[in-house]
Design a protein. Structure first.
Length: 185
């Protein structure tokens, strides 16, 4: 799994640790040290880098290695390459779950925007209002946001003076941004 031919190298803790992914190395070293120190079996899920530079997600199951007198001299065990399982999980997340999460987030953002407009509050405050109503009504946040966005659309827009003010803002906000940029130079 590390990329060596069987029998080509003598496995040592140093060699094993040299193949650990840099972000996982300290955790693996601590696990090995604890196993040797306590004599307890161990299990670890982490990443290794083989001799070709390929990263593998592995599960390692190990136990103490004893000498002929029964003293702990190291560890022994086996690796299971779960890279395909990890990659499959990532693909499933990206293809199946991520679009649903984005869709859920969209409707929550729309509801926040409506609350921001109506109450003149910021995004964080709008989210807290949604959370409060969700908890008070025992309604899931996404469902509450969906109901609110649907009901707002059915309302047909705000009162004419509010729409007129908003129209003016929509038509002139770019100029205000340009003026702000000019004044800050």
């Amino acid at each position: 799994m590390h990329g060596y031919a069987p029998g080509a190298v003598v496995l040592t803790s140093e060699l094993v640790l040299s193949h650990e992914h840099p972000e996982d190395r300290a955790q693996v070293a601590a696990t090995l040290a604890e196993a040797i120190g306590t004599g307890q079996p161990f299990c670890s899920k982490h990443r290794i880098i083989d001799t070709a530079g390929e990263v593998h997600s592995v599960i390692v199951v190990g136990d103490r290695l004893l000498d002929e007198d029964g003293a702990v001299v190291g560890t022994t065990g086996y690796y299971v390459d779960v890279s395909d399982s990890v990659e499959q999980g990532r693909r499933e997340f990206a293809e199946e779950l991520l679009p649903d999460l984005i869709k859920a987030r969209e409707v929550i953002e729309q509801a926040k925007g409506a609350l921001m407009l109506v109450y003149g509050i910021n995004a964080e405050q709008a989210f807290r209002v949604l959370q409060w109503r969700s908890q008070e009504t025992n309604t899931k946040l996404r469902r509450l946001a969906e109901l609110l966005v649907t009901a707002i659309t059915q309302m047909g827009g705000g009162p004419l003076p509010q729409r007129t003010t908003f129209d003016r803002l929509l038509l002139t906000v770019h100029a205000q941004a340009q003026e702000t940029t000019t004044h800050h130079r």
